[in-house]
Ligand binder design. Structure first.
Ligand code: NAP
Length: 286
């Protein structure tokens, strides 16, 4: 039986701590932290993510403004809006909920955000900072994964970490963070040959594939730590599920995360941490 690492439990601990910190910041600085989220269109997934972020802000005491724009907004209009927020001294963090409609170039939009207000850590300057080991904002899901491993006291240094997925938002940055913690890292993707042979050598297996119940017991080493990043819809039950077939893999793993209740709550929590980080730097610049 594996130990189930609860990202939800860790998120509660972190959020309670932030709540207390924000009260103190309110005494020390002229105003509270302020996160602005831009939502384009009404995709149900995006609406639900934005709602979750808003709720977390309320819980912690961060001021939250959600700007809703119709799906017909032009790229120029969106870029101008970001420009205004970049120049607004009462705004500490800006997040544009992705994906954007096809007529808008997401790369341009992300590049427009002031890197100091880029709470998602997606701006090329923040991405480069991660790879150059310089001070910058680290994106939320990879940061949350490392915090979950630390919370469970999983040794990273010297271990073999296998990451399935090489996206810019999960696979690549978490691989770099693991490397920075002295793991030996293997990155797998859709063209990897003999995937199971590789994943079976993992002390720490990170699944960021985007395919429901993709990781089965025969892909996992006895006693491995298995971190499930996936958020998928199980077509049989219509419930949320991860990239790991939990029932199949759990008896073999030593530690495992669940979906929901694993990495998801930590992603939002790290977004709140990043917002506070941007706010503190902003306040200290004054
Ligand atoms: P993505 O951009 O679609 O990347 C998926 C990665 O998986 C790609 O690198 C792809 O390889 C690889 N892959 C696909 N099929 C594969 C296969 N058969 N064998 C090996 N590798 C395969 O997805 P993402 O944005 O990284 O997200 C991954 C999952 O995490 C999704 O379920 C997403 O919803 C979830 N997610 C969760 C959170 C959270 O807060 N919990 C945050 C972000 C994402 P190629 O590069 O070769 O195509």
């Amino acid at each position: 039986m594996a130990v189930v690492i609860s990202g939800k439990e860790l998120a509660t601990i972190r959020r309670n701590k932030m709540k207390e910190e924000v009260i103190e910041f309110g005494k020390k600085y002229p105003r509270l932290p302020h996160l602005v989220v831009i939502l384009v269109g009404d995709d149900p997934g995006s609406v639900s993510y934005v709602t979750g972020k808003g709720k977390a802000c309320v819980e912690i005491g961060i001021k939250n403004t959600t700007i809703k724009k119709p799906v017909t907004i032009t790229e120029d209009e969106l870029l101008n809006l970001i420009d205004e927020l970049n120049n607004d001294d009462t705004v500490d963090g800006i997040l544009v909920q992705l994906p954007l409609p096809k007529h808008i170039n997401s790369d341009l939009v992300i590049k427009k955000i002031d890197p100091k207000k880029d709470v998602d850590g997606f701006h090329p300057i923040n991405v480069a900072s991660l790879y150059l080991k310089q001070d910058g904002i680290v994106s939320c899901t990879p940061k949350g994964i490392i915090e979950v491993l630390d919370y469970a006291n999983i040794q990273i240094e010297g271990r073999h970490a296998v990451v399935i997925g090489r996206s810019n938002i999960v696979g690549m940055p978490v691989s770099k963070l693991l490397l920075d913690r002295n793991a030996t890292v293997t990155i797998c993707h859709s063209k990897t040959a003999n995937l199971a042979e590789i994943t079976k050598t993992a002390d720490i297996l990170i699944a960021a594939v985007g395919k429901a119940k993709f990781v089965k017991a025969d892909m996992v080493r006895d006693g491995a730590t298995v971190i499930d990043v996936g958020v998928n819809r199980d077509l049989e039950t219509n419930k949320l599920c991860g990239d790991v077939d939990f029932k199949d893999v759990e008896p073999k793993a030593a530690y495992i995360t669940k979906v929901p209740g694993g990495i998801g709550p930590m992603t939002i929590t790290c977004l709140m941490e990043n917002t506070l980080e941007c706010y503190l730097k902003h306040m200290e610049e004054k």
